[in-house]
Write a protein that binds this ligand. Structure first.
Ligand SMILES: C[S@@+](CC[C@H](N)C(=O)[O-])C[C@H]1O[C@@H](n2cnc3c(N)ncnc32)[C@H](O)[C@@H]1O
Length: 284
């Protein structure tokens, strides 16, 4: 007879194992993995009714837990991530969308009218997280996501199809440093560009350093190069009264605000949930 375990027993064993391997979110990650492979809800684990004896399922859970123990990100193991209420495919091709970036989406929507029908450009779209979320909020907006990475382009296109918004979202390859493609003026530019210095990148956890694309995180000139570049070109790509919304590093706001004030009519720093200055909004 096959071995039998309850979902709760598997959770206890897995979270103890992951904790010993230094995973800070051991219990939460084990819950996600168990729920994913058993196709149950978190509460079902604690109701302790699920008995698993099927060897194939047990092996899938063991394999996933051992990948996590080797510091592979949970989102790559699951193959998806939830972002701003939508599901996105997630793998090595692009940066895993971060929780704080959901706030950037909220900042834009709090500055646009309900039913906005203009155009939105996402600079460095990665998985397509920002532009797809905005496309869902504004089904009549014309949306474009650009990225220099072919890997990101392929993942973002898959996510556009997955979220059924290919009628009004385009994804194209474009490098803001040297692309000669002509882009039409838009009402909104949003960007979460690379903004880490080499030192900051070296200090990141293995999940980030070994699994997120380095190009998505690291920027020249102590992390400021790409933000400067975007602020520089944004006025020539925005319509009159256009909005620029940026995610930035926690120590970059003062310098960038001065730069924005030279080109834009109004600019503001916005803080994240922890009180750090992580976003900039500017109106032309
Ligand atoms: C921090 S990631 C953000 C990804 C996604 N927007 C998100 O918020 O999850 C930055 C993205 O910018 C892209 N990128 C970096 N340099 C670029 C450039 N010169 N031109 C276009 N895209 C660039 C990277 O490939 C990466 O996908």
């Amino acid at each position: 007879m096959n071995e039998q375990f309850s979902a709760l027993e598997i959770l206890r064993k897995s979270s103890t194992f992951l904790s010993k391997k230094g995973i800070k979110s051991a219990k939460i990650d084990a819950e996600w993995i168990i729920c994913n492979f058993l196709k149950i809800k978190k509460l079902d684990i604690y109701l302790d009714k699920h008995i698993i004896s099927d060897e194939e399922t047990l092996n899938k859970i063991r394999h996933a837990i051992s990948r996590r123990a080797k510091r592979e990100p949970l989102q790559h193991i699951l193959g998806y991530v939830e972002f701003h209420g939508i599901m996105l495919k997630c793998d090595k091709r692009a940066l895993i969308p971060r929780f704080e970036t959901e706030q950037l989406v909220d900042l834009i929507s709090s500055n646009l009218p309900v039913g906005f029908q203009g155009s939105i450009l996402d600079f460095g779209t990665g998985s397509g997280a920002i532009i797809i979320s905005l496309a869902k909020i504004y089904p009549h907006a014309k949306c474009l996501g650009i990225d220099k990475s072919v890997n990101c382009i392929s993942l973002a296109k898959e996510n556009v199809i997955l979220n059924k918004c290919d009628q009004h979202v385009d994804i194209i390859q474009y490098d803001w440093n040297n692309s000669s493609i002509y882009l039409d003026r838009v009402n909104v530019i949003v960007a979460n560009p690379p903004y880490l210095s080499e030192k900051e990148w070296l200090d990141t956890e293995p999940e980030v350093k070994e699994h997120d694309p380095k190009d998505a995180l690291l920027s020249r000139k102590e992390g400021i190069y790409d933000l400067e570049k975007i602020i520089d070109i944004a006025p020539s790509l925005l319509c009159k009264s256009g909005l620029l919304a940026l995610e930035i590093g926690h120590n970059q706001s003062e310098y960038l605000l001065k730069m924005l004030n030279k080109h834009f009519r109004k600019s503001f720093i916005k803080k994240d949930f922890t009180g750090k200055r992580r976003f900039l909004l500017a109106m032309l």
